[in-house]
Design a protein around this ligand. Structure first.
Ligand code: A2P
Length: 279
């Protein structure tokens, strides 16, 4: 229920881009929030930009469209605005999200990312996804798609971890050259959940530089971290279940950072990920 409430507050606040996935197990709540706001007359469907994701167990080309159709059924929507391959690795297809062998090791699955991509293209052609993209792809993996013989639609975006401690300068430049938008996840340095976060890297929002710059503008370190990315053309998808912080993270369009401040923040890059995706 907290997702339903948060999405409704977000839409009321002005957010229109909603980043979701089947594996977040809350697409039914996101869909309900969107439908309720449409019914209230607050928004129209075309105002919303919903991103869904193809999970690792669904890479075989024949599974791609049925998987997207399952997401649309759960959302109760006719199309997603963006559908992306969540990770460039495949797991054994089946009901288990993390299929494991008797020793607890993930069971991988050999697939051809280019064939998966062709199935993504077919989803776009069928109108089930307005745009298609990828996530967690490095340059080599992007090039594999971009250089695919007979490529029909190139990825419009690549969603990767991106924030002042992990600024992705090389990937950002490559994507700029190829007109691929970088969508930065964990833009606030994510949570401190040791089960999936590398907590040996210090908490981003405690950073003295971000806090000092924030003081100057009467903004928080979180707002400075978000502003830094949008000001250099990186889309941000902050996550919060807290109404006050949902609103705070939207108050970033009434100031700009100077060139010197942008450089100071870029210099914070440690080239260390919080989300190591060890699987
Ligand atoms: P909460 O949901 O309690 O607000 P990221 O977007 O980088 O993944 O970070 C999400 C984490 O940051 C969540 O733990 C969220 O907690 C917290 N968070 C979100 N917005 C803010 C903010 N403005 N200030 C501090 N923490 C925040």
């Amino acid at each position: 229920g907290s997702c339903l409430e948060s999405v409704k507050i977000a839409i009321d606040t002005g957010y229109r881009h909603i980043d979701g996935a089947f594996v977040y197990y809350n697409e039914h709540e996101v869909g309900q929030a969107i439908r309720e706001k449409i019914a209230e007359g607050k928004i129209k469907r075309e105002d919303i930009f919903y991103c869904g994701k193809l999970w690792n167990t669904c890479h075989p080309p024949e599974l791609v469209r049925p998987t997207l159709e399952r997401t649309l059924k759960i959302l109760q929507l006719d199309y997603v605005d963006l559908y992306i391959i969540e990770l460039p690795m495949a797991f054994k297809p089946g009901d288990a999200i993390y299929p494991r062998d008797e020793n607890g090791k993930i069971i991988y699955h050999k697939t051809d990312l280019c064939a998966t991509w062709e199935a993504m293209e077919a989803c776009k052609d069928a109108g089930l996804a307005k745009s298609i993209g990828v996530s967690n792809f490095n340059r080599r993996q992007l090039e594999m798609i971009l250089n695919k013989p007979g490529l029909k639609h190139k990825p419009v975006s690549n969603q990767v971890e991106c924030h002042p401690y992990f600024t992705q300068p090389k990937l950002l430049e490559f994507c700029r050259q190829h007109d691929i938008v970088i969508v930065g996840y964990s833009p606030l340095g994510t949570s401190r959940d040791e089960t999936w976060v590398n907590v040996s890297s210090p908490p981003l929002l405690k950073d003295p530089v971000l806090n000092a710059i924030g003081k100057k503008y009467n903004k928080t370190a979180a707002q400075i971290a978000l502003r830094f990315n949008i000001q250099r053309g990186v889309v941000v998808i902050p996550k919060s279940f807290n109404p006050q912080r949902i609103r705070e993270n939207f108050q970033i369009f009434d100031f700009s950072l100077t060139e010197k401040e942008m450089e100071e923040i870029a210099a914070l890059n440690k080239n260390v990920r919080y989300v190591e995706l060890l699987m």
